[in-house]
Design a protein around this ligand. Structure first.
Ligand code: CMC
Length: 430
């Protein structure tokens, strides 16, 4: 393809496909007129080769293992920013100055309370409810309190809804955990930072003072930043997909949360730790036996935390987390046998021809679970933590989609391979 695009030859006819140039990475060809002109559609399972949007938010170079948000390297953001600064960057396209950041932090404090009526909502779930189910349901439920802010074309309403979602999510997440423990819900405190406040709502009890550990706060801040956005991944694509029908921001984000819950996406961080625990606790299980299962095409098992649709090199977030895991464990927990199992598993996999030839490397979920565990989070909260981190990315993508005049309702085609025409048989004759 040159800068003018590509020519598609169909029999003796040819069709010019205009170029859609990228600033970095893969450029595209515009096939939107193909069906109207030639009566054929493109077929791309999992949309692995399809760009669904032009975006200015996140760039991933999967071959070089590089990730940037609005042009800033993830390593620099993780080192130097607060999670709220990164959220602001994703949403508004630039880093906030001091004033803007103060106002932004302030708005988070003003909106962190939940309507008291929502307490009944949390109480309605069974104690065993997975917190991801509560999180996405509560996000939908919150939308019912703010119907006057649903218009996706109303800029002011979008910013208000974004602030409300970001501000309330730690409260919802912490309360979904409190629900599972039976302990009282803890209210947000405005003298604490965003991350401190979340830790306080998660772990404090009304009966005694709770000290928020600065080491844990710092570590969680980095983890949230590393999850903040990642291009058109399954949950973000879902948020855009749902939002393309002009569904409101809360409803679109709730859908994204459900997509994130799956074990091939954000649910992988929980599955990684379950897998490492199985290896550590089962005397018959070895890293080699798990690798052998992952390679066996007759076994549906996959090595959780390994592989990525985009990265064909080490995931830069996993690289940061691998170093970080040692540090955090040293400072807050001491040894964790699971870290050793993870390191062994990684080494065995990286030296195995199956994983090497398929460019399968650890992804962000491989080490994040071990760190979440060291910070004191229960296993079933891991994907919720991913969701709090990914929230700015979902909102930024939803906002970008609504601001883009080329957006149309998402409505892929299909290639029908079912029955052609069948004679109807009445019920009493079947
Ligand atoms: N274990 C064993 N084999 C694997 C794995 C794995 N974890 N991942 C990919 N493969 C194999 C796959 O079987 C296929 O082999 P073959 O070419 O012989 O058929 C080849 O590698 C290519 O895999 P794919 O399924 O075509 O890749 P994909 O882009 O469709 O899937 C993935 C990407 C992340 C879903 C997949 O790698 C996977 O299931 N990984 C485990 C789950 C996981 O860790 N998910 C978290 C992803 S990162 C964070 C996030 O997005 O949430």
């Amino acid at each position: 393809m040159d800068e003018h695009g590509a020519t598609l030859q169909i029999g003796d006819r040819s069709l010019e496909l205009p170029a859609v140039p990228a600033h970095q990475g893969n450029s595209g060809v515009d096939i939107s007129k193909l069906r109207a002109a030639e009566g054929i559609v493109t077929f791309d399972p999992g949309f692995a080769n399809t760009a669904s949007a032009q975006s200015t938010i996140t760039y991933i170079d999967g071959t070089a293992g590089k990730l940037t948000h609005r042009g800033y390297a993830i390593e620099e953001l993780a080192n130097s920013c607060s999670f709220l600064e990164v959220a602001y960057l994703l949403l508004f396209g630039h880093l906030p100055n001091k004033n803007q950041l103060e106002q932004w932090q302030d708005s988070m404090k003003r909106h962190s309370l939940l309507n008291e009526e929502l307490k009944r909502f949390f109480n309605a779930f069974p104690k065993r409810a997975h917190p991801m189910a509560i999180l996405s349901s509560a996000t939908n439920a919150i939308s019912t309190f703010y119907e006057e802010y649903h218009d996706p074309q109303d800029e002011e309403a979008i910013v208000q809804s974004a602030q409300r979602l970001l501000a309330k999510m730690p409260t919802v997440a912490a309360w979904s955990y409190k629900k599972s423990t039976g302990f009282p819900y803890i209210y947000p405190r405005n003298d604490l930072s965003y991350v401190e406040n979340f830790l306080h709502m998660m772990f404090a009890l009304p009966t005694e003072p709770y000290h928020v550990d600065p080491v844990i706060t710092k570590a969680l801040n980095v983890l949230l930043i590393l999850h903040a956005d990642h291009g058109q991944n399954c949950s973000t694509a879902t948020v855009r997909f749902v939002g393309s029908s002009q569904a409101n921001l809360f409803a679109s984000v709730a859908a994204g949360m459900n997509a994130l819950w799956g074990p091939l996406h954000g649910g992988a961080n929980q599955k990684v730790v379950e897998m490492l625990s199985d290896i550590a606790n089962d005397p018959d299980a070895t890293t080699e036996s798990y690798i052998a299962r992952a390679k066996d095409k007759n076994d549906p098992f996959r090595l959780m935390g390994f592989g990525h649709r985009v990265y064909k090199n080490y995931d830069p977030r996993a690289r940061i987390l691998k170093k970080f895991a040692d540090d955090v464990l040293d400072r807050v927990k001491g040894d964790d046998p699971l870290l050793e199992v993870a390191q062994q598993l990684e080494e065995t996999a990286l030296n195995d021809e199956y994983f090497a030839s398929r460019n399968l490397y650890p992804n962000v979920d491989f080490y994040s679970g071990i760190i979440f565990r060291a910070l004191g989070f229960p296993l079933r909260m891991f994907t919720v933590l991913f969701a709090i981190g990914r929230l700015p990315g979902w909102i930024a993508n939803w906002k970008e989609m609504n601001e883009d005049p080329t957006t149309r309702i998402a409505r892929p085609r299909q290639i029908y391979i079912g029955e052609e025409s069948r004679k109807f048989v009445p019920l009493h004759q079947r």
